[in-house]
Design a protein around this ligand. Structure first.
Ligand code: SAH
Ligand code: DHB
Ligand code: MG
Length: 210
């Protein structure tokens, strides 16, 4: 049912244009993992970015550029998306996606492990979207809060970890990483946060204090 309702939402609010369809289908033809955000989630991120007037956004985990295109399209012409991808093959596919979508001039693709790239960046960012490996989420969380402006958004995909967050038997580093940042976001005085139950859960936190 949740899936049907998400499809209903996407059909109404987030129909993919030909460019997004092509970018999505390229994941299969280029043998990239099918772990991109959904259109409904992309639209939600778009709305949230517009709500905070986002101009400068950081993404961790580019894959083939699908979420990056959703983000870049939510920015003004002078906006900037800095997106980090460890896998050079994924990055090459993403580069094509940004060109196809006509947003290449707004996107800076950094190839490397996030923990190597993050220390080279300077803030402030209006939003950070975390969607890479889950075991390093606590470190990404710290970097995000450092780089975000007050009034900026912390967005993190897979807040439900495919249900793993409530499976007490799942003690994997990924599950623990997701649980840890959900817990921290829930109790951090610098954030007002919750999880939106879209696809695999989107953690949304508004930074309200330094
Ligand atoms: N945001 C994308 C999906 C990202 S999938 C979308 O919705 O379209 C996760 C990506 O993170 C993969 O491409 C993977 O190679 C990358 N990744 C995993 N660990 C990483 C790390 N430590 N540093 C940078 N990228 C990483
Ligand atoms: C996986 C990772 C993701 O970021 C996602 O959105 C879905 C699945 C995974 O590693 O399985
Ligand atoms: Mg994800």
């Amino acid at each position: 049912m949740a899936e049907r309702l998400e499809r209903y939402t996407a059909e109404l609010f987030a129909p993919e244009d030909d460019t997004l369809v092509a970018i999505r289908s390229r994941h299969a033809t280029e043998d990239l993992p099918d772990i991109l955000i959904s259109a409904a989630e992309g639209r939600l991120i778009h709305v949230l970015l517009r709500a905070v007037g986002a101009v400068r956004v950081l993404e961790v985990g580019t894959l083939g550029g699908y979420s990056g295109v959703w983000i870049a399209r939510a920015l003004p012409a002078a906006g900037r998306l800095i997106t980090i991808e460890r896998d050079a093959r994924h990055a090459a596919v993403a580069r094509r996606a940004f060109a196809d979508a006509g947003v290449a001039d707004r996107v800076e693709l950094c190839i490397g492990a996030a923990l190597d790239v993050l220390p080279t960046l300077s803030g402030p960012f209006d939003a950070v979207f975390l969607d890479a490996d889950k075991e390093n989420l606590p470190a990404y969380y710290d970097w995000s809060l450092r780089l975000l402006r007050v009034g900026g958004l912390l967005l993190c995909d897979n807040a439900f970890f495919a249900g793993g967050v409530v499976d007490s038997g799942d003690r994997s580093a990924g599950a623990e990483g997701v649980r840890t940042i959900n817990q921290r976001a829930a109790t951090d005085a610098r954030l007002v946060a919750s999880i939106v139950p879209v696809r695999d859960g989107l953690l949304v936190g508004l930074k309200v204090a330094d």
